[in-house]
Design a protein around this ligand. Structure first.
Ligand code: ADP
Ligand code: ADP
Ligand code: ZN
Length: 213
């Protein structure tokens, strides 16, 4: 069971749990959000295109998103498993994803769905800080770095994502409710619900039990 999706609203803790999961199981973390942020900071064509959608909290068009996922999943390091985070994000992407999986001869074994009440998500997102170099995620209250504003792993100054502001978050939560949440039913046979309103380590212990060895 190592070809997995991790789902949940923005701020639920997908990226945080993904950091632990990929280390423990030694599989690649494929985050469409991270790939877009890297493309934006490298000023690639995809980055330029994606930026305006991301800054507004809307979904990047499928033609772009599906293409980058397919390219990534075709790489040899995905053969023995992967954790896909942030994709698919609506039913149309899920249908395109299903065709892609058939073409690549892959099937998904498990969908982890992390749920947290929406009123708690805004605080999580507004207080989120990320390391622009290694991607590690922190929180100004719940998950502080050892030294304020500095990444524990690589010493880089932490930044706040441009889309982590009150206005954009509201739209992102709406986009989630309307477009992404219906996927929980779409994948109902594969979904395992995880209560994301607990300590990070407690949640990870639970996830390990679900995934197995
Ligand atoms: P997502 O990838 O789902 O958007 P993140 O993993 O980036 O979410 O987490 C959002 C914010 O909440 C981050 O600042 C992170 O440090 C913090 N966070 C993650 N998990 C928890 C938790 N279980 N309890 C409290 N804060 C958390
Ligand atoms: P979060 O977990 O906080 O929602 P992500 O890093 O997953 O944030 O995504 C950030 C932004 O990147 C989204 O608001 C959206 O604009 C874009 N994005 C990420 N994944 C997709 C996707 N599969 N389809 C379309 N847009 C996406
Ligand atoms: Zn770092």
């Amino acid at each position: 069971m190592k070809k997995m999706l991790i789902m949940g609203p923005p701020g639920a803790g997908k990226g945080t749990q993904a950091e632990s999961i990929i280390k423990y199981y030694n599989i690649p973390h494929i985050s469409t959000g991270d790939m877009f942020r890297a493309a934006i900071s490298n000023k690639t064509e995809i980055g330029m295109l994606a930026k305006k959608y991301i800054d507004a909290g809307n979904l990047v068009p499928d033609e772009v998103t599906v293409g980058i996922v397919k390219e990534r999943l075709s790489k040899p390091d995905c053969k023995n498993g992967f954790l896909l985070d942030g994709f698919p994000r609506d039913i149309h992407q899920a249908e395109m994803f299903s065709d892609m999986l058939k073409e690549l001869g892959i099937s998904i074994d498990l969908v982890l769905n992390i749920h947290v009440d929406h009123e708690k998500l805004v605080n999580r997102i507004i207080g989120r800080r990320i390391c622009p170099k290694c991607g590690r995620t922190y929180h100004i209250t719940y998950n502080k770095p050892l030294k304020e504003g500095i990444c524990d792993d690589c010493g880089t100054s932490l930044i706040q994502r441009k889309d982590d502001n009150v206005d954009t978050v509201k739209n992102r939560l709406e986009v989630y409710s309307h477009q992404t949440e219906p996927l929980i039913n779409y994948y109902k046979d594969l979904v395992v619900n995880i209560d994301g309103d607990r300590d990070v380590d407690v949640i990870f212990e639970d996830i390990k039990k679900v995934i197995g060895e």
